[in-house]
Ligand binder design. Structure first.
Ligand SMILES: [Zn+2]
Length: 469
């Protein structure tokens, strides 16, 4: 069985054949670190995390590179607003991003790179582009001459004429052609700048991803990911720069783009308080619920995040948790040599079809439905085949939920507050029984608490309790 991936550049689902057998090289455009990310932004990182887990489970070694864009107009603006240095802003928001990703169960990339650490590589690439006649310097800026790259538009499927008609481009007197894009920007007062052969300045946004992906993965790497909003111009420009600079093609074998998230902010705020920032939401709900919301739709589709989607995800996770807990209690000591792997096979078919997570989730719901039916059998404990079946299903359930990153928690979340409250309730029931002269009942409560590892000591101020185990 082979894995099919929809490739944006060919507009077809293709069999996935990595450049090097058994190894996947993958680059995903990371965040511009100037603010806290929205719940909607988290979706892209969750879907690429699910793909990465799945590729690894399929026996491939995945080398995953992601960047931080840490030099940008919005960052400079933000530094002014918060009265901090640019690198303090980027450190603050990249730390915040990593905290949120960690809570969401998104594994860190193998290589996590910052644009500002790679300015020499970018300068070298820009110099090559000038030497090869694809770029020109003008007034301290360096522009990529799109007319010199005849294949410009091949990713987005637009001709230069389409682009000219459809895009609002920033006029700049130093450009020869309106669609030329910046590789290097001349320094402005008060902004971060680096020395270069064209004077002080800073790199344009697109060149960073070409320079860094080629440095860590090499020409013709396997998968380049990002949101559909990056297809044009960002990824189109990455292709032009990389193929023009190396004289080789293709830059990337498979282009994967995730759909956008429409956040119904008003509705989200109503049901969630003001938790539209990922960091606030992860403090309130289990990460699994957010991941379920992120993968409920196909990664290529645009999706809505609102209270309906949030409620659905919560219900699904609750159903998974109840099944998991009940099934674990009912397979103790069970087990069998041969697993049917029926659900796993269906899960794999779904994921092999361009990472179809909605289909994969429906397999999981089927499994839970059938597992619940087994447990509901009145003669369950007498039916050895039913116990074995359930055990097999539970093992498949654990594996699938781990691959999607939505495995239920091990224990119900019994907080310290809840324990306090329940013991206080039992003690007050014991006191009522004693004051009403029902001493047998009071003693029964005391001995039941004792079996739970809670000892009661009567004192002049009333009963006190402590844990004995
Ligand atoms: Zn990028």
């Amino acid at each position: 069985m082979s894995l099919a991936i929809y490739n944006t550049i060919t507009r077809t689902k293709e069999e996935f054949v990595p450049r090097e057998p058994g190894v996947v090289s993958m680059y995903v455009c990371g965040p511009t670190v100037y603010n806290h990310i929205h719940v909607g932004n988290a979706r892209a990182f969750i879907v690429f995390d699910v793909m990465r887990r799945y590729l690894r489970w399929r026996g491939l070694r995945v080398r995953f590179v992601q960047n931080y864009t840490d030099v940008d107009d919005r960052i400079i603006e933000r530094a002014r607003e918060e009265n901090l240095e640019v690198d303090e802003i980027t450190r603050k928001y990249s730390d915040a991003f990593e905290d949120v990703m960690s809570v969401l169960g998104v594994a860190p990339p193998n290589v996590l790179v910052r644009a500002t650490d790679h300015v020499p590589e970018m300068i070298e690439m820009i110099s090559t582009l000038i030497e090869r006649g694809f770029a020109y310097e003008s007034g301290g800026n360096v522009w990529f001459a799109v007319e010199k790259f005849p294949e410009y538009g091949k990713l987005s499927g637009r001709s230069l004429d389409d682009v000219r008609a459809g895009e609002r481009v920033e006029p700049d007197p130093s450009k020869r052609f309106p669609l030329d894009f910046a590789l290097w920007k001349a320094a402005k007062a008060g902004e971060p700048a680096w020395e270069s052969p064209w004077g002080a300045g800073r790199p344009g946004w697109h060149i960073e991803c070409s320079a860094m992906s080629l440095k860590y993965l090499g020409m013709g790497f396997d998968i380049h990911g990002g949101g559909t909003d990056l297809i044009f111009p960002h990824h189109e420009n990455e292709i032009a720069q990389s193929e023009a600079a190396t004289g080789e093609s293709p830059f990337v074998r498979y282009w994967i783009h995730n759909g956008m998230v429409n956040i119904d902010e008003q509705k989200m705020s109503k049901s969630l308080g003001n938790f539209v920032l990922a960091k606030d939401l992860v403090a309130e709900v289990p990460a699994q619920v957010i991941r379920l919301m992120a993968i409920a739709g196909h990664y290529r589709s645009d999706v809505d995040f609102g209270d309906a989607q949030f409620e659905d995800a919560k219900k699904a996770f609750e159903r998974f948790e109840i099944f998991y807990r009940n099934a674990k209690d009912r397979v103790k000591g069970g087990g069998r040599e041969e697993l049917s792997r029926e659900f796993l096979a269906r899960f794999q078919r779904a994921m092999d079809d361009d990472f179809n997570t909605p289909q994969a989730l429906s397999v999981l719901h089927d499994l839970v439905r059938q597992g619940n039916a087994r447990m509901a059998q009145p003669d369950y404990w007498e039916d050895a085949a039913a116990v074995e079946d359930l055990h097999g299903m539970l093992e498949e359930f654990v594996l699938i939920t781990e691959l999607l990153g939505v495995k239920p928690r091990e224990e119900p979340a019994a907080s310290a507050d809840l324990t306090e409250g329940l013991v206080a309730l039992a003690l007050s029931m014991r006191e009522s029984a004693r004051s009403a002269g029902r001493f047998d009942e009071a003693d029964a409560i005391r001995s039941s608490l004792g079996e739970l590892g809670i000892a009661i000591e009567d004192s002049p101020e009333g009963p006190r309790w402590r844990r004995t185990i």
